[in-house]
Design a protein around this ligand. Structure first.
Ligand SMILES: CC(=O)[C@@H](O)[C@H](O)COP(=O)(O)O
Ligand SMILES: NCC(=O)COP(=O)(O)O
Length: 250
C-alpha cells in the first residue's frame, strides 16, 4: 500500500463565487486546469440538483478540458444518472442531497435503500465509471456499500473537521478513531477507501496518514485559501502536508 495518496481538488466553490454575480467569472474550468498543473491527481465537481454552484455547462467543459480524471459527484436521481451516462466520467460519487442544507451534512443512507441503490449504480459501473459512495464512517453503511457492488467508499470527514476547528478535543479523537477503524474495515471488505469534506491543512494530517486511504477530495478550504496565497501555492501546500503526514507513517 505504498502508492502515493491522491489529491482530488473540488472546484465547486469557484462556481459559487461566479454564480454570486451571474456571468462567466471566475471560471471553474480555469481553476481545474490550474489545479491540474499544480499537481491535483483529479478534479471533483458536484452537480447539485439545484445547480447552486456547478452547472451542466461546467460538466461539459470539464469533461473536454481535463487530462486528469473527473470525479462527478451526484445525487442518486434519474436525472443525474442520465447525465453521468452521457459523459461517462472516470468516477462517480453518489452523495446524499437535501435542497435546504448548506452543505452535504451526512453520508448516504445505503443500508436502508440497498435494493434501489444496487440497481442505480449497476449501469454506471457497466459504463466503466468507478463507483464511489459517500458515507459516514459507520459499519452498516460500509457493509451495505460492499453488498451493492460499489468499488469505493468515501468517508465523510465533516464531523471530525468541525470538532477539530471548534477545539472539541474529545469529539475530534472519537471521530478520528471511528474513521480509522472504518477505513480499516472497508479495506478488509475489499473497498477502496477515500475521504473528504471540510479538510484543511490543520485537520488533514491524521487522515492522510491512514494507510488504507487512497484519495482525499478537498475543495472549500483550498478555494478559500487561494484568495490569500493563490490557487497553485494553496494546492502545492496541501500536497506537501499530505505527503509529509504519509511519510511519517512509513
Ligand atoms: C459531497 C461533498 O462533500 C462535496 O460535494 C462538498 O459538499 C461540496 O459541495 P457543497 O459545499 O455544496 O456541499
Ligand atoms: N467529497 C468531498 C469534497 O469533494 C470536498 O469537500 P470540501 O473540501 O469542499 O468540504
Amino acid at each position: 500500500m505504498s502508492e502515493r495518496l491522491r489529491l482530488g481538488v473540488n472546484i465547486d466553490h469557484v462556481a459559487t463565487v461566479r454564480n454570486a454575480r451571474g456571468g462567466d467569472l471566475p471560471d471553474p474550468v480555469r481553476a481545474a486546469k490550474l489545479a491540474q498543473a499544480a499537481g491535483a491527481d483529479g478534479i471533483t465537481a458536484h452537480l447539485r440538483e439545484d445547480r447552486r454552484h456547478i452547472s451542466d455547462r461546467d460538466i461539459d467543459a470539464l469533461k473536454s478540458a481535463l487530462s486528469v480524471p473527473l470525479n462527478f459527484e451526484m445525487a442518486a436521481t434519474d436525472e443525474m444518472q442520465a447525465i453521468a451516462l452521457r459523459h461517462k466520467p472516470h468516477a462517480v460519487c453518489i452523495v446524499p442531497e437535501r435542497r435546504e442544507e448548506r452543505t452535504t451534512e451526512g453520508g448516504l443512507e445505503v443500508a436502508r435503500d440497498e435494493n434501489r441503490l444496487a440497481h442505480f449504480i449497476a449501469p454506471l459501473a457497466e459504463a466503466g465509471c468507478r463507483v464511489s459512495i459517500f458515507i459516514a464512517a459507520d459499519r452498516p453503511q460500509i457493509e451495505a456499500a460492499a453488498r451493492i457492488g460499489a468499488s469505493v467508499v468515501e468517508l465523510h470527514t465533516g464531523a471530525y473537521c468541525d470538532a477539530h476547528a471548534e477545539g472539541r478535543e474529545a469529539d475530534r479523537e472519537a471521530e478520528l478513531v471511528r474513521i480509522t477503524d472504518m477505513a480499516g474495515y472497508a479495506d478488509e471488505l475489499g473497498l477502496e477507501v477515500h475521504a473528504g469534506h471540510g479538510l484543511t491543512y490543520g485537520s488533514v494530517p491524521p487522515i492522510a496518514a491512514l494507510p488504507q486511504v487512497r484519495e482525499l477530495n478537498i475543495g472549500h478550504f483550498l478555494i478559500g485559501e487561494a484568495i490569500f496565497r493563490g490557487l497553485d501555492p494553496a494546492i502545492r501546500e496541501m500536497r506537501r502536508v499530505m505527503d509529509e503526514a504519509r511519510e511519517l507513517t512509513r
